[in-house]
Design a protein around this ligand. Structure first.
Ligand code: ATP
Length: 268
């Protein structure tokens, strides 16, 4: 019987330490994203999520460890080269040019024959159509975020990294934006790794999730299962002591109990 060749992960991070001035803020991180998979990277402020994305995107050199895209090492490769090779980052800042129109942003992002046609980008992000000739500086926050995502899609990325797309946006806009990541993954076979503070929404869209706390991985798993582990998520975000203060009982014990399958409330 022929043995099928294993498909390399779109992104594979192994034993990564990353940080600033040689001081790690992310330690020994292992994380994978498959082609067509949507993966959420969760954690409290300062947990190291942006540092992780910046290191994958070539904005920071890793201190230790390996980063590979489709089986080839990309660790320390410069951002502009990674962009040509199919890695797109939507940064938290959106990094738009206020004086350029939406159309100009989309044209400037073109890289060649394999690009997504503008019609398809507008079909995915219909709000952009009416703004084509408007400058980015006068768009609403939601429109700016759609432009940042649309621009990142122009080169048909194999790997899309999205940092806190919902920052400063109304929940209704977030509910509109996050499912676009699912569509991109499904239709383009893009691997998507996104950072998001709206945890319940993130877990609705993601296939899997990783939770960082103080730069270390404290939980990972299928998004549907993680949604059930509210105590674990809470303690990861707040720290066990703060979670205890909120709930008035030992969060660590509950998290461990659920980890071990102690919560059988949904068992038939
Ligand atoms: P947030 O949700 O607040 O953006 P995060 O999980 O993305 O948080 P990071 O931005 O990766 O966290 O920050 C992780 C740690 O690294 C924090 O302690 C932060 O203060 C520190 N840090 C971030 N950027 C720098 C920098 N340019 N120089 C030095 N330290 C930094």
């Amino acid at each position: 019987m022929p043995v099928e060749a294993a498909v390399a992960p779109r992104l594979e991070i192994s034993g990564l330490s990353a940080g600033y001035f040689g001081q790690p803020v992310v330690r020994d991180l292992n994380l994978r994203v498959a082609p067509g998979e949507v993966v959420a990277l969760l954690g409290a402020n300062g947990a190291g999520k942006t540092t992780t994305l910046s290191t994958v995107a070539g904005l920071l050199d890793p201190i230790a460890g390996e980063v590979a895209m489709d089986g080839a090492s990309i660790a320390g490769r410069p951002t502009h080269r990674l962009a040509r090779e199919g890695l797109s980052l939507v940064p938290e800042s959106r990094a738009l040019f206020n004086s350029l129109t939406v159309r100009e942003h989309l044209v400037l992002a073109r890289s060649g024959e394999g690009d997504l046609p503008q019609d398809l980008i507008v079909e995915m992000l219909p709000e952009l159509e009416k703004c084509m000739n408007r400058k980015a500086g006068v768009l609403s926050g939601g429109e700016q975020q759609m432009l940042a995502v649309g621009r990142a899609l122009v080169g048909r990325p194999r790997l899309l990294l999205v940092d806190e797309m919902s920052l400063g946006l109304a929940p209704i806009i977030v509910e509109r934006l996050l499912p676009i990541l699912r569509r991109v993954a499904t239709e383009l076979e893009t691997g998507v790794l996104f950072v998001e503070q709206h945890v319940p929404l993130a877990l609705q869209v993601a296939d899997r999730a990783y939770v960082l706390s103080h730069g270390r991985l404290v939980a990972e798993g299928a998004a549907a299962e993680m949604s059930e582990q509210q105590d674990l998520l809470r303690s990861s975000y707040l720290g066990d002591e703060a979670a205890d203060a909120v709930k008035g009982s030992p969060a660590e014990g509950r998290a461990r109990e659920q980890h071990n399958g102690g919560d059988k409330s949904d068992a038939s």
